[in-house]
Every structure is written in structure tokens, then in C-alpha cells.
Design a binder for this molecule. Sequence first.
Ligand code: DC
Length: 335
Amino acid sequence: MVVIRGATTIPCDTKEEIRKAVSELLEQIESRNSLKRDEVVSLVFSSTSDIHSFYPAKAAREAGFVSCSLFSAQEPDIEGGLPLCIRCMLFVEKNLSPSHVYLRGAKILRKDLSGKFNIAIDGPAGSGKSTVAKALAKDYHILYLDTGAMYRACALKALEEGIDPGDEVAVLALMRDVKLDVVYENGVQKTLLDGRDVSEEIRKNEVSMASSTVSKHASVRMHLVEKQREIAGRMSCVLDGRDIGTFVLPDADFKFYLTASPDVRAKRRYDELKARGAEVDFEKLKEEIVRRDEQDMNREFAPLKRAEDAVLIDTSDMTADEVVAAIKRSMQEKI
Ligand code: DC
């Protein structure tokens, strides 16, 4: 007896999607293992607790698995687990070396079978990149690299040292002197300057415009881009920034460009700063965001722009959950 494993995901919890995903998974398992239906003795499914619409075992029966025994169970709700996921185990009466099959979003569960992957998310300030990137990293169990934090740390250091963020030579010299590290604690990114945790300080509003200004300098960018490429080259991660899909990782497996109206983006930043206890003027903040976008989009080297192959999502009227779902759907279609 041989056991073959398989898993897949569905974009939403409907009977039709479950039927489609189960029959696609079983077809792939059969064809990759050159199986005949009567060689399958037993078929066991489990599905995550967010699936309620249909039994995967029933979908298998409908897909033609009529003579084997079938069973479906529900998995416990594990924090950070891959959502909307169906797993199966086929007990087969045949002597073979099994090819396990992971499809759609479940490819991520077996990186040994499906390889390392990177997700690039670009877009202007307040378009929702970081919220969405964090959620994707959590669901897929991969790293989230916030590249903006690196430019912010660089700007903070310049401000602290009384250096003009517009002075390329001085800023680069400073960056060569200081040790900028990105480390992870319980999956959360911390940005360190010479070992000092500056993760909170870099979020201050006065650092935002300065970070855009330091990011104009090609030499400063290359200094940081090298670190970003090194991290992304080592492991699967989701990166957000301005030039990830166009310059840092032009070969990223998945690329997205998020945008939203200036009003919505300013409101998101306003709420964020207020929640941190900062005093902010909405109109002034909006004006700054628009000015920062203009600077980021019009700089000469690696400006903010949508990569031709990036999926465009206008998040103005979407919740963060809806954006995450749209990205996952798009990734599943591509896989
Ligand atoms: O995403 P953020 O607001 O933390 O980014 C701060 C600034 O850093 C942004 O205005 C432009 C710059 N930046 C960049 O040029 N390239 C990146 N990949 C990320 C950020």
C-alpha cells in the first residue's frame, strides 16, 4: 500500500469551488502517478475550519471515485494556517514512488516541491501595501520585508546627525558608517541602527518626507537594494516598496501594484498617526502625501511606477481583507 498526499486551496467557500478544486486535485494526482481509479483503495480529506459549503469527499464521489472508501474531516483552527485549504491522502494498491501534488495556494505548503517564491507589492503611501503584505506573510508563513523602513532609518539617522537628506555624498557616508539591520522577532520586523531599535521612531511623520528625499540618491538606493536582494534571494518573502517589481526583483514570481485616491490614502495615514498618539492636520498630511508621491514618481533612479506585469488593484473602496483575497485569487490563477 502506498500513500499519496495532496492539497489545494479554494478562492471562496462555495460548493462549486470545492467541486472544481477537488476534481482538479484528484485528476492531477491520478495523472502524475499514472493511477487507475480502481487502484485507489481509500481517500481521506481534511479541510480548514473556514470551509462549510460542501464535503470534499462528496465532491470526490461526484468526480467518479465511486468504489473506494471516502472520508472528510475538519481541521482545528490553527493561527496563521493557510486558509480555505483542502488536504487529501490517497491509499493506493500499487507499487510506486508517490508524486505528491500541491496546487494553487497550497504550493506554498511544500516549498521543497514548489520552490522559493517572492511577492512584490509596490504603490504610493497609504495604498495599503504594508497591511496586506503582513497578512500575506502570516498566511503563507513567509517573511515580510518592509523596504520603506530601511529608507526611513536612513532618513532618521540623517536628521539626528543634522545632515541634509538632500546631500547624497553626506548621506551615503553616514550609511557606510552606521550598521543598518533588519531582524525578526516573532515574525515582526525590527529595524536597528547600530543595534538600537528604531522601529517606532521611523514612523514619525517628519521622517516620511526625509525618507523620500534620501531615496532619490542612486548610491543610497543601491546600498539598500543590495541588502533587499540578498534577503529575498535566501528565502520566500513578500516585499513592499516603490521599486520592488521594477528594479529590486524584476523576476519576482508575483507582482502587485496597489493604489487608492489621495483622500483615502491620507485618511489611512491620518488614522495610523492618530492611533500612535501624534497630533496631525488632515489637509496638511494630504498635501504632504501628494508631494511625496510626486517626488517618488519623478525621481530619476528607480522611480515609483507600476511594472508592466504587475496586477493593478485600486484599494480605495476595498477593505484590507478584500485586497488580500484579491491577491490570493490572482496568485492562485497564476500558479
Ligand atoms: O513605504 P514608506 O512610506 O515607509 O516609504 C518611505 C519612503 O521611502 C517613500 O516615500 C519612498 C522611499 N522608498 C523607496 O524609494 N523605495 C522603496 N522600495 C521603499 C520606500
